[in-house]
Design a protein around this ligand. Structure first.
Ligand SMILES: [Zn+2]
Length: 482
């Protein structure tokens, strides 16, 4: 019974003596604090709690105990191609998935991507992921997506989408309704959203899809403010037709006017910021610096592992960097100096936890460590790492010092899914062979030339200008390398 590696679902878990970040409005820090989990809930938070009989006791001293992180926008199916598009722009991404090869994906390929992405998420302390699943060109693909999510002990929200057909068409299909009836059963481990983009076509062809979402009582999530793809027109059409609601999640919202931000703020929706993505794909400048002024709720996301990391440490770090970078740059353009950063480390930790919970309508039971809430908890602790001490500023430590390898223990719904840096109850070997089969299939179907070309887009020609400082023999590294 006291075998520490036997994590039976009925065993209480006591995280002993960590620095707890409960995530409240004051962004409190509770040093030397225990967290007791009984069943799927947080039973007690405080110093020196007695360990119930049979409890799994985790030594959290020297570590940080925080709520599980929540990613509100990840195309999990694309994780089967991890890193393939590292040098892409949005244009290359659209060509590869939307126009050319996305339609090659079979249900088993969606399963493979989702399985690996789900495992990767819990390993990194991301206990809830919104699977922005826009590769569901048949209901068989959707069944495969859910089968994979069910096979991973994480919490997920299936955001059902299909880039290969108009939203009005696939949301109106009887088999879509049937799928929702069959697979979305109210289990709190699997939420549901409908995912599609609004083109800005004045005829508003997306209207029937919004009506389906309204009828089913489920939120819509949409890529908004994506340079060259979705614009203020889409927001205005949604607003004029009454489809902007507090449940709506606007992904990126990076190239929108103040008018669109006003409409989002006025209707209570939230923005999912994917800074790593916006910085290199080209949706627009990561928008937190602009939307802070509108008091629009923010959550964080990492978009897709075909380019970027699957962890929210990177999201927090890049979001702080992009926001501060912009603030300095704008001030310099005015001849001014920023002496105090507006965006603070504790705020991005809040966005990665409470912000995500709010975005998916789960503020009541997720996103913070309080008695009675669901036990989705992460312990960041790595005694072997020189980065683990001194622990002076816990929020700053999470945002700038910690990384996925420091995730020591993870609980989802009260269940230990990672313990002492090892995943529990997860078949990574099976996920690896599924992903290998998908990669082999895609690679052989495309042929070696197209496969390599897709991964290695041409580099535009750069003209190196003559250096005007002719009084020195020094030549820059850039000149030498050409
Ligand atoms: Zn996306």
């Amino acid at each position: 019974m006291n075998d520490p590696t036997d994590f039976g679902p009925d065993r209480p878990v006591l995280l002993r003596g960590g620095t707890v970040l409960p995530m409240d409005d004051a962004h409190s820090v509770l040093p030397g604090t225990d967290v007791l989990v009984v069943g799927d809930r947080i039973a007690e938070v405080g110093p020196d709690l007695p360990a119930p009989d049979g409890a799994v006791v985790v030594d959290a001293t020297g570590g940080i105990v925080m709520p599980g992180m929540i990613d509100t926008h990840r195309h999990m199916w694309q994780t089967a191609m991890r890193g393939y598009g590292a040098d892409w722009t949005l244009t290359q991404y659209f060509v590869w998935y939307y126009l050319e090869y996305g339609k090659l994906w079979r249900p088993e390929d969606v399963h493979a991507g989702n399985l690996l992405a789900g495992i990767e998420a819990i390993d990194a302390g991301v206990t809830t992921v919104v699977d922005w699943s826009h590769g569901l060109r048949t209901v068989d693909h959707a069944d495969a997506a859910v089968d994979a999510l069910n096979a991973v002990p994480g919490r997920f929200v299936l955001a059902y989408g299909n880039i290969q057909a108009p939203p009005a068409e696939w949301t109106g299909a009887p088999e879509f309704r049937d799928f929702v009836r069959r697979r979305i059963t109210g289990d709190d481990m699997l939420g549901f959203q409908i995912a599609f983009d609004v083109t800005g076509d004045p005829a508003f062809p997306e209207k029937p899809a919004f009506e389906v979402a309204r009828e089913l009582g489920v939120p819509v999530t949409t890529h908004a403010g994506v340079w060259g793809a979705t614009s203020d027109d889409g927001i205005r059409l949604m607003h004029e037709h009454g489809f902007m609601t507090p449940e709506t999640v606007y992904v990126h919202a990076a190239s929108l006017s103040a008018d669109s931000y006003h409409r989002i703020a006025a209707t209570g929706g939230s923005i999912s910021v994917s800074t790593e993505s916006e910085q290199s794909a080209g949706q627009g400048y990561p928008p937190t610096w602009a939307i802070r002024a509108h008091d629009i709720p923010v959550s964080l996301s990492m978009d897709t592992s075909v380019w970027w990391s699957g962890d929210l440490f990177s999201a927090m770090r890049t979001t702080l960097g992009a926001d501060r970078s912009r603030e300095h740059m704008e001030a310099h353009a005015r001849g001014e100096t920023i002496t105090h950063c507006s965006l603070r480390a504790d705020q991005v930790v809040d966005w990665a936890t409470r912000g995500g919970a709010r975005a998916i309508g789960r503020s009541d039971d997720l996103g913070s460590i309080h008695v009675g809430k669901k036990a989705d908890i992460v312990l960041i602790k790595n005694d072997a790492s020189p980065v683990s001490f001194p622990l002076l500023n816990p929020y700053g430590h999470v945002a700038f010092q910690a990384q996925r390898g420091d995730v020591h223990t993870v609980l989802v719904n009260g269940r230990v899914v990672k313990h002492e840096h090892r995943l529990v109850g997860v078949d990574l070997v099976a996920a690896r062979s599924e992903v290998e089969r998908t990669v082999d299939y895609l690679r052989s179907t495309l042929g070696e030339e197209a496969w390599q070309k897709g991964m290695n887009p041409d580099v535009p020609e750069t003209k190196i200008l003559d250096n005007p400082y002719t009084y020195t023999d020094y030549h820059s590294a850039a000149t030498h390398s050409r």
